[in-house]
Design a binder for this molecule. Structure first.
Ligand code: AR6
Length: 168
């Protein structure tokens, strides 16, 4: 728990090794946090993403971060919520897990996550938070690589949910 941080704010302003983007399978940009990251990083990010051939749901790909203060952007694709019976929970856990694996492969020590799938993709916020926290905690329990994992929460509802679940 001591390597987990909760923060409310804009992930594009974070000075960490990697910020995670809640992207779509095209990786060509969109709204929400994805739009904010592309705007702040500048047009070169989209050029880099265009070379990645998209990304499957639950998987992750990496680019440098261009004008952002972070060093890298890890682009992951969370599931669209369809009621929870078609593997959405596992796919959300995979998005967190594969982002962490990719960060470690690139020797990155600090990483910040937005609340993947809880905006346009309509995943229930409390359930998404439980899955996010459990997946990150399990990873950190098994592995001492990461120095700090930040949940960068934007909206008040998610912030309250994370405060309650993390007991902070
Ligand atoms: N910093 C941190 N979190 C943010 C920011 C920000 N600047 N802006 C929004 N959020 P969403 P999704 C939070 O919709 O549900 C895009 O169009 C927001 O409050 O960005 O995974 C993609 O291209 C919410 O809690 O992502 C995809 O098509 C969280 O980010 C689709 O949306 C996620 O909301 C992905 O949908």
């Amino acid at each position: 728990m001591d390597r987990i941080q909760l923060l409310q704010g804009d992930i594009t302003e974070m000075h960490v090794d990697a910020i995670v983007n809640a992207a779509n399978r095209s990786l060509l940009g969109g709204g929400g946090v994805d739009g904010a990251i592309h705007r702040a990083a500048g047009p070169k990010l989209k050029e880099a993403c265009a070379k990645l051939n998209g990304c499957e749901t639950g998987q992750a790909k990496i680019t440098t971060a261009y004008r952002l203060p972070s060093r890298y952007v890890i682009h992951t694709v969370g599931p669209v919520w369809h009621g929870g019976e078609i593997g959405e929970k596992q796919q959300l856990a995979s998005a967190y897990q594969n982002s962490l694996i990719l960060a470690k492969e690139h020797k990155l020590k600090t990483i910040a996550f937005p609340n993947i799938s809880t905006g346009v993709y309509a995943f229930p916020k409390e359930l998404a938070a439980k899955i996010a926290i459990q997946t990150v905690l399990e990873f950190l329990d098994d592995d001492d690589w990461f120095e700090e994992v930040t949940f960068c929460v934007y909206d008040d509802e998610n912030y309250k949910i994370y405060q309650d679940l993390l007991n902070v």
